[in-house]
Design a protein around this ligand. Structure first.
Ligand code: ADP
Length: 448
């Protein structure tokens, strides 16, 4: 097993990884920017190294600085977390060339799956149903699949660069715009078309594979509560799936992953509509919403990542994976709950909720000053219940308890969400929250 792991990340996910390491008796090295000198991950790590200035490019994405920090501290493996360099195949490659272990899949798998078109082709070849679409943005294909269509960036992420096109006359302009945006944001102008589904749910399957050919899945997470194609709340199991559908898609995904020879954790994202699954993309890293799965399975996914990276065998099979109860995660961000304008400043009071079935993944503390350079996610509130009504009840209670003073947060948005009938009934799709937020905004205006 590794003696020391460098964590190439910050915030709640750096703490999450650090916790798994410490439970395993592994020493931790935190890296940080000049803006994060007082951050919690720096305080809790065994050692820390400043790797550069505040902008991510100068620090958390600075490959030479991270490698130097690993050499300097004698770390043997590097965990990338999510975001930053976690899906950069060059980073994974360089790490291994320098004799460190990358805690994640092979650079080849990251590269292939990072290209959404290539990923769709590979998985479709392995029998996984994919969202109908094009290999390239060919106008005839739009006619074939039928309008509305969605123009997407092949190397896109974070919900950016998608354009809905409802009529043939708008396609040319949308393609040109999408190519420019993709080039600017993702340094690759490749775009493609997909059929735009009107009321799908986003359902993703969590998988885990070792280097000995063992693959298991941990069921699904429903991530349909989204704003601008970005997830705000995730839950599992999905209120829309039954046990047969779950084991069917799980078996299909597991077989595909096994034949790819993939290693580590991964998530296959699907759109689900009218009882059918359509593969959209694969994430080759730990995801923000992984705690939902941990609550249901009682498996520490970070620990499993580390074990697999060290060459250990899973030691259990699909039949040993038991999913129980219901879990919901809220992504609490430092933003106005109505306008989503970032809210900066100092945390004056901090009192997280606790009690049975409540988990908080956060690097906040009282007196912490939120730096303006990074993602606005400040805490993940995860609740567990024996069933969905119990989880909802607990979520309401936990949200009411949560005190984060000095800044605006999205807690009030989640409070109105858990009071909403559609949400409570589980009858929502990926476009539902946008409508809900509109309605809430109108209400606020009337109240004002
Ligand atoms: P990104 O990698 O930028 O997050 P994804 O391909 O994962 O992009 O899609 C993000 C979200 O956008 C999905 O969860 C869904 O809500 C919406 N979306 C993507 N493709 C489609 C589609 N073909 N039809 C309808 N909605 C879609």
């Amino acid at each position: 097993m590794f003696e020391k792991i460098l964590i190439a990340n910050r915030g709640e996910i750096a703490l999450r990884i650090l916790r798994a390491c410490h439970e395993m008796g592994i020493q931790t090295v935190a890296v940080h920017s000049t803006a994060d000198a007082d951050a919690m991950h720096v305080r809790l790590a065994d050692e820390s190294v400043c790797i550069g200035a505040a902008p991510p490019r100068a620090s958390y994405m600075n490959i030479p600085a991270i490698l130097s920090a690993a050499s300097l501290t004698n770390a043997s493996a590097i965990h990338p977390g999510y975001g930053f360099l976690s899906e950069n195949p060059n980073f994974a490659e360089i790490i291994e060339e320098h004799g460190f272990t990358f805690i994640g899949p092979t650079p080849e798998h990251i590269r292939t799956m990072g290209d959404k078109l290539a990923a769709k082709a590979v998985l479709s070849g392995l029998g996984i149903p994919v969202v109908p679409g094009s290999d390239e943005a060919i106008e005839d294909i739009a006619e074939d699949i039928g309008y509305p269509v969605l123009v997407k960036a092949a190397h896109g992420g974070g919900g950016r660069g998608m354009q809905i096109v409802t009529a043939p006359k708008d396609l040319g302009a949308a393609l040109a715009m999408a190519r420019t945006e993709a080039q600017n944001h993702f340094k690759n102008g490749a775009v493609y078309l997909e059929k735009y589904l009107m009321t799908p749910r986003h359902i993703e399957i969590q998988i885990l594979a070792d280097t000995h050919g063992n693959v298991v899945h941990f069921g699904e997470r429903d991530c349909s509560i989204q704003r601008r194609h970005q997830k705000l709340l995730e839950e599992g199991p999905s209120p829309a799936l039954n046990a047969d559908e779950r084991s069917e898609i799980g078996a299909m995904v597991t077989a595909a992953i096994a034949s790819l020879g993939y290693r580590g954790v991964g998530t296959l994202e699907f759109l689900y509509a009218d009882g059918k699954f359509y593969f959209m993309e694969m994430n080759t890293r730990l995801q923000v919403e992984h705690p939902v799965t941990e609550m249901l399975s009682n498996v520490d996914l970070v620990r499993e990542q580390i074990r697999v990276a060290a060459g250990a065998a899973l030691g259990y099979r699909q039949n040993d994976v038991h999913l129980q109860g219901h879990a919901i995660e809220c992504r609490v961000t430092a933003e106005n709950p109505m306008t989503f304008i970032p809210s900066q400043g100092r945390i004056t009071d901090y009192h997280p909720p606790g009690g049975l079935g409540v988990r908080i993944d956060s690097a906040l503390y009282s007196g912490y000053e939120i730096p303006p350079y990074y993602d606005s996610l400040i805490a993940k509130l995860i609740v567990y219940g024996r069933n969905r009504p119990e989880a909802l009840m607990r979520l309401r209670r936990a949200l009411d308890e949560y005190v984060i003073g000095g800044i605006e947060t999205t807690i009030p948005l989640f409070q109105s969400l858990v009071a909403n009938k559609d949400f409570v009934n589980g009858t929502y799709d990926v476009h539902w929250l946008e409508r809900f937020v509109d309605v809430e905004e109108q209400r606020a205006k009337i109240r004002a």
